[in-house]
Structure formats: structure tokens, C-alpha cells
Design a protein around this ligand. Structure first.
Ligand code: ADP
Ligand code: K
Ligand code: ZN
Length: 432
């Protein structure tokens, strides 16, 4: 199902013309209304009139997470508070949260984008969408909510947590879609199994999962555990929240709502633009947002762009799954390690659940690297021969993937903490 065929299936020329028109307006708007960015442009010697083509975007200075922090809380807002009708903020694991402000029009844009996402996941006005993302400053809950409402679905605003009640409502209200983080979806799937419910008996058809990185292996576990098709929804508070992009039935990347969010991929070191297909840092310019517009915002998320025709009929550019956040990258004994690489390895082992915990520390001037994994149900941790054989195979696969080894500890199923929101899978005590 395609929500907005005219835009989502527009030909390249039409889309580029629309983007250029909106880009020019955005840059002028930003220059006129955000003094901090005006100064950046002045320092770089670039004026709004210098934007004559889409490629001219490269002349513009970036906005970074540090710029947002330096302007905490509302210094980069382009509208007076009177016109701001909603505030959200990202969790801000380090330092102050990043605060975003929305005008009425911004909420409409957000609703439109998430509506496209809901439709891509097969939902319509007859659907019942259970939102199990947290409601609050976090954009997950109200983001999924506004999209489900825009398509006219029945929204169940559960928020996260209380897994038993989630499952009860899912059955009693005949929810057709579940929107939550992939790690919480997995927790719910485990709950379903624990209650002896056959996933095929659930009315649930689709999952709209995002807000954290997840692998194909994780996707398969969730799809099996809930008897659904899982879709990947991407977004970030600074740009709008979830709905910046969504996967389709082809499961080959996420279609970017590029009439509102213009994507670029840059080399995070040289800051030079990279061609389609090359992995780098994702940068977004919002096209038409009023309250908290962003020009060339560096997301720190790593992915690549695809412009080949998609089987679903949409013509919008696709971004690959998020392969990691530069923030999440661990440097262990000089080697770059992403938690998602570990998840990918673990997901290939039937003997393990997909839960894990990474511990990094420092002893005798050397990095320590420990990994806890869980045995799948019914497997005996006291079967030493089996465990040692499994350890051997796991060590080998991890070393293949990461280039370094780690110390693995096996746990019984259900030992590791389960997530209701964004999962915490790394404890790095080196930074304490
Ligand atoms: P934060 O997690 O930085 O406090 P947000 O709640 O705004 O703030 O989350 C945005 C971030 O979450 C993105 O920059 C990205 O790293 C991650 N994210 C969101 N959706 C996805 C997704 N579908 N796949 C992978 N990562 C995602
Ligand atoms: K107001
Ligand atoms: Zn598609």
C-alpha cells in the first residue's frame, strides 16, 4: 500500500525540482531566523543566493550534535515559543538532552511521514495499531501514534512495559500491528511463547520497529516469534522522530521521505560527500520544517544510499539498515567493533537466544573484552562437552567477524535483562 503515490512514486526530475525549490527556501529561512547558523554561513562566506542547484548544498556548513548542545535548549529554534505546540527531546545519554520544537505544520509533516510508513507496513483505516514505544519526551510513542491516527487506524496507546497486558490487549483488541523497539518486540515474543500462545493465532500481521539498530537475524527471530512481517522504521528527534524512512515489502533498505528530508552520505573523517553505495555518515537537511529546521545535520549514523528502482514501485531513495552509530563504535585493542556485528554472529547460532551483553574494561594497560550470551531453551549449561564445542565454534565466528577474540560466558535462558525500550547491550567501564 502506498500512502502518497504522487510523491512516493514521482519521477526523478519532479522530485529533484521539488527538493531544489524547498532547499532554497529552507536555506533562506534558516539564514533569516537562526542567528547561530547565519553566522556559520557568514563565516563560510556563503549566502542563501549561492544555492542554485542541489549539489550546491555542499557549500553549506554542517550542524553537529555539539552545535545543538551549545544552543541548549531552544537556541536553534526558528520560531517563537508561541508558535511551538510540542516539545520532544532525545534521551541524551551524555550531557543535556537535545530538545526539538514542533509547530502545527511540523506535526502535520510528521503525521504524513509516519502515515506513509504505516501504509508501507500494510496498515490502513481498518487496522488496529498497538503502540508500545514509550510515550513522553521520546519521539517513539507519539511518533507512531500520529502516523496511525493520520491513516485513520484505531490507535492503542499502550506505551512500553507491562508485557502481559500488551499480550492480553493484542488478543482482545485484535491488534493488526505492533509498533515498538525491536528489542521490546523480542521481549513480547518471549512472553507470547511463555504463555503457550501459538503466534499463528494472534491477529497481528505487521511490526513497525525502530529507534535502535537491529540485524536481519533479530528480524527473523521477531517475525517467527510473533508470526508477523517486520518493517524497519528510522528517524531521530533532531530531524523529526520516527518516519524519516521506512522499509517496504522488498526488505532492501528504507525509503527516505526525501521531499522532507534530503539525505547525503559523507566520509566522517574528511567530511567529503560519498557516492551511492558507499558506507559513511548520514547527513540530513529538513525541507519545510518550521520549528527546528536542520541544515546538513550530522546524524553519526552509518549507512549507504541506494537509488536503483525498488520492486515496490516507490522511486524514493533508500538508505541501508543502520550499520552502526559512530557513537556506538567500540575501539577495543585498537580494533573497531560494533555491537551489531556481534548480534549478527549470535543470530546465526540456533543454540543461543539473541540476547547478549558486552563488557569492555581495562586491566594492566590492556583492554578486556567479555561477552555474555544465553543458551536457547532446553539446552544444558552443565553439559561441558557440548559447551566447549559450542565455545569453539562461537570463538571462531566472532574472531572471523571482528578480527579479535573475546571471552565468552554462557548463561541459562532468561538470565540477561530484557528490554522494554532501547536495549542497553554494552557496559564500557573504561570511560568511568
Ligand atoms: P538518542 O537515541 O540519540 O537519544 P533518538 O531517540 O532521537 O535519540 O534516537 C535516534 C537514533 O536512534 C538514531 O540516530 C539512530 O542511531 C537510532 N535509530 C533510530 N531508528 C533506527 C533504526 N530503524 N535502525 C537503527 N537505528 C535507529
Ligand atoms: K505554544
Ligand atoms: Zn520499496
Amino acid at each position: 500500500m502506498i500512502w502518497n503515490k504522487e510523491i512516493e512514486c514521482a519521477d526523478r526530475e519532479t522530485m529533484r525540482a521539488l527538493q531544489l525549490k524547498k532547499l532554497k527556501e529552507t536555506v533562506k529561512y534558516e539564514y533569516d531566523n537562526v542567528p547561530y547558523y547565519r553566522k556559520k554561513m557568514d563565516d563560510a562566506g556563503v549566502k542563501p543566493e549561492d544555492i542554485e542547484s542541489l549539489d550546491d548544498i555542499r557549500k553549506l556548513p554542517f550542524i553537529t550534535k555539539e552545535d545543538i548542545a551549545a544552543n541548549y535548549p531552544t537556541g536553534l529554534f526558528a520560531k517563537p515559543m508561541e508558535e511551538i505546540v510540542r516539545i520532544h527531546a532525545s534521551s541524551g545519554t551524555t550531557g543535556k538532552p537535545k530538545v526539538a520544537g514542533y509547530t502545527r505544520k511540523d506535526l502535520e509533516i510528521w503525521g504524513e511521514c509516519v502515515a506513509r510508513a504505516m501504509a508501507s507496513a500494510g496498515q490502513d483505516s481498518k487496522s488496529v495499531v498497538q503502540v508500545a514505544y514509550g510515550y513522553g519526551l521520546f519521539t517513539g510513542g507519539l511518533g507512531a501514534h500520529i502516523g496511525a491516527e493520520t491513516i485513520g487506524a484505531t490507535v492503542i496507546p499502550m506505551s512500553s512495559g507491562n508485557t502481559k497486558k500488551q499480550i492480553m490487549f493484542m488478543q482482545d483488541m485484535k491488534s493488526t500491528a505492533l509498533a515498538c523497539t525491536p528489542s521490546y518486540a523480542l521481549t513480547i515474543a518471549e512472553g507470547v511463547a511463555k504463555e503457550g500462545i501459538d503466534p499463528a493465532d494472534l491477529p497481528l500481521k505487521a511490526g513497525i520497529f525502530g529507534a535502535e539498530p537491529w540485524t536481519q537475524g533479530m528480524k527473523e527471530s521477531i517475525e517467527k516469534g510473533l508470526g508477523i512481517k517486520a518493517y524497519d522504521i528510522y528517524g531521530l528527534t533532531e530531524i523529526v522522530g520516527p518516519g524519516v524512512s521506512i522499509s517496504c515489502d522488498e526488505n532492501e533498505g528504507m525509503h527516505v521521505q526525501e521531499d522532507y528530508f534530503y539525505p547525503e552520505i559523507i566520509d566522517p573523517e574528511t567530511l567529503e560527500p560519498l557516492p551511492d553505495g558507499e558506507i559513511g555518515e548520514l547527513v540530513f537537511t529538513t525541507l519545510g520544517k518550521e520549528g527546528f529546521p536542520m541544515v546538513r545535520y550530522r546524524t553519526r549514523d552509518l549507512c549507504y544510499l541506494m537509488r536503483e528502482k525498488c520492486g515496490c514501485g516507490r522511486t524514493t531513495v533508500r538508505m541501508s539498515k543502520i550499520l552502526g552509530r559512530t557513537d556506538d563504535m567500540l575501539i577495543i585493542r585498537g580494533v573497531n567493533v560494533f555491537p551489531s556485528q556481534i548480534e549478527e554472529v549470535i543470530s546465526k547460532f540456533e543454540e543461543l537466544t539473541i540476547n547478549y551483553m558486552i563488557y569492555v574494561g581495562r586491566e594492566n594497560n590492556k583492554d578486556t573484552f567479555d561477552l555474555e550470551v544465553e543458551l536457547a531453551s532446553g539446552l544444558a549449561i552443565d553439559n561441558i562437552k557440548f559447551i566447549e564445542e559450542l565455545r569453539g565454534r562461537l570463538d571462531h565466528s566472532l574472531r572471523d567477524m571482528l578480527g579479535i577474540g573475546c571471552k565468552v560466558k554462557f548463561l541459562n535462558e532468561g538470565t540477561l535483562p530484557r528490554s522494554e525500550g532501547k536495549a542497553v547491550r554494552v557496559k564500557d567501564s573504561r570511560n568511568l
